[in-house]
Design a protein around this ligand. Structure first.
Ligand SMILES: [Zn+2]
Length: 184
């Protein structure tokens, strides 16, 4: 049986590069204080980061149903992504990414290389071949939640996150957030 690693993510699409590290420290301090995660990073996430933060005694307070069903699996931690990151929903190569100006679309497989260039320092926008308007990745219409951001949280294998938690986080950050999930 294939093991499904599910990441539930929340991306801050307004965070600027220079503020992202401080915002991440603030989020971590808040979640540690609330005992949602533990303070010491360990090897409990899959991303390209030095470590993640394992669930704390009150981890159930931010998920739907109050928790109690955390799977005893690896990975199970919170990953804080600072710096350019792509947060994908369940996209496939032929998934249509639509221009918000003219409704022309591109298959995801044509968008992916441009996103990968952005991750390496390239421009954060796509030019529509149909109407020639240039728009940031987040302004294109994605059929499932996807986000491209300087700051994000990935909860590996956590139950669904409570809407109230996402709303609280948005209030604290004062930014627009996009939430989604992706199985690997
Ligand atoms: Zn267009």
């Amino acid at each position: 049986m294939a093991v499904v690693e599910l990441s539930r993510w929340i991306a801050d699409v307004d965070a600027q590069p220079e503020e992202a590290p401080g915002l991440a420290r603030g989020i971590l301090a808040w979640l540690v204080e609330a005992e949602v995660v533990v303070a010491e990073p360990t090897d409990c996430v899959l991303g390209d980061v030095p470590g993640g933060y394992a669930p704390g005694p009150s981890c159930g307070s931010i998920v739907v149903g109050g928790g109690g069903r955390f799977p005893d699996v690896w990975p199970n931690g919170l990953e804080l992504d600072v710096g350019r990151s792509a947060f994908y929903g369940p996209v496939a190569g032929d998934t249509r990414v639509t221009c918000s100006n003219c409704d022309a679309w591109l298959p995801f497989e044509a968008v992916l290389p441009v996103v990968e260039e952005w991750l390496e320092g390239g421009p954060d926008a796509l030019v529509c071949a149909c109407c020639a308007v240039r728009r940031g990745f987040n302004e294109w219409l994605w059929p499932v939640p996807c986000a491209f951001a300087e700051l994000g949280l990935r909860f590996w294998n956590w139950p669904p996150l409570a809407d109230a938690f996402v709303a609280d986080l948005a209030r604290r950050l004062g930014h627009r957030l996009v939430a989604g999930a992706f199985g690997v």
